[in-house]
Design a protein around this ligand. Structure first.
Ligand SMILES: Nc1ncnc2c1ncn2[C@@H]1O[C@H](COP(=O)(O)OP(=O)(O)OP(=O)(O)O)[C@@H](O)[C@H]1O
Ligand SMILES: [Mg+2]
Length: 289
């Protein structure tokens, strides 16, 4: 059994989740729990098992084994009472092409007991101008905005976003980030996947890096780097060459480097100290052995 840490505060609890597709084992034992009100990001290369995990949690796919609780329910039972409390952006959605965003939102609103106002949601995702255009005539990014709108229309407490901003232009991405932040302020729980590591760094309270159906690392983005990679100190030397050094003790290294330079009467041009970014950690962890 899942030993729930104070049940009410946990939105998602997963223990030893496995998924086999024919010969292929896509999930090899995933353990994770997501707190209520948390923004949690699943990261990992193509085929890592992110969508498989998310869709099992949504009740869209059956697991092979393991224990899963979503808002206290087993999603495999597909209870209506659970579906009304969650919102979903699928990785690939087949929204009806003949209807308009306004019609789609009003239709979906009917499935929920306390939906948000369709006009407000259209405006939130920046689709007011396209509200009456058939979805087949929308651009890819505009269709993705509609997917996002459909996930929000039911005013759900838990929202699954599988690559929600793929295909967004930079401005739309920033708007989506603001929307996700405002959902978090409202106390919503969000599980998202993304290939944009900056997105995870900006939005997520915690991330899990998944590869080949296993979690390689889990924690707040800023803590993942610690121990996994070194600080990078870079500067241009007197001959104009860029010198890069790695260290676990940047204070000491800087003291040495600047002390030596001052003794020589030189300056260290373009001196910089960089912490490993989430991207550095990700690339290091997911690199093939
Ligand atoms: N319906 C399916 N039938 C058979 N194999 C599948 C099926 N869905 C996924 N897989 C396999 O399971 C593995 C995990 O796929 P999944 O879609 O979960 O990856 P992902 O992490 O979401 O990747 P991406 O970043 O490309 O979206 C892949 O190797 C994929 O080929
Ligand atoms: Mg996927």
């Amino acid at each position: 059994m899942i030993s729930s840490v104070s049940g009410a505060e946990v939105a998602i609890e997963v223990h030893d989740l496995r998924k086999v597709y024919g010969e292929h084992t896509a999930l090899q034992g995933i353990d994770v729990s997501v707190r209520c009100g948390e923004v949690f990001a699943l990261l990992g290369p193509n085929g890592a098992g992110k969508t498989t995990t998310v869709e099992i949690l949504e009740g869209y796919r059956q697991r092979s084994s393991g224990e899963v609780l979503v808002l206290g329910h087993d999603p495999a039972r597909r209870a209506a009472s659970l579906r009304q409390r969650i919102g979903i952006v699928l990785q690939s959605s087949g929204i009806y092409s003949q209807i308009t965003p306004r019609e789609a939102l009003r239709h979906w609103a009917g499935f929920y007991p306390h939906p948000r106002d369709a006009e407000e949601v259209l405006s939130l995702v920046g689709l007011t101008d396209k509200a009456d255009v058939r979805t087949r005539k929308l651009s890819g990014g505009q269709r993705r905005r509609l997917d996002f709108a459909l996930a929000l229309i039911g005013d759900p407490e838990l929202i699954f976003l599988d690559e929600p901003t793929t295909g967004f232009d930079p401005e739309a991405r920033r708007t989506a980030w603001e929307t996700i932040r405002s959902l978090q302020v409202l106390g919503k729980t969000i599980l998202l996947t993304t290939h944009y590591l900056e997105e995870a760094q900006v939005l997520a309270d915690r991330v899990a890096i998944v590869k080949e159906g296993r979690i390689l690392a889990i924690g707040p983005p800023r803590d993942l780097g610690v121990g996994a990679a070194h600080y990078r100190v870079a500067y241009r030397d007197a001959s104009g060459e860029t010198v890069e050094r790695q260290t676990d003790d940047p204070t000491r290294l800087l003291h040495e480097l600047t002390g030596e330079a001052l003794a020589r009467g030189e300056q260290l041009q373009e001196l910089s100290v960089a912490r490993p970014s989430l991207e550095d950690v990700y690339l290091e962890l997911t690199a093939d052995a």
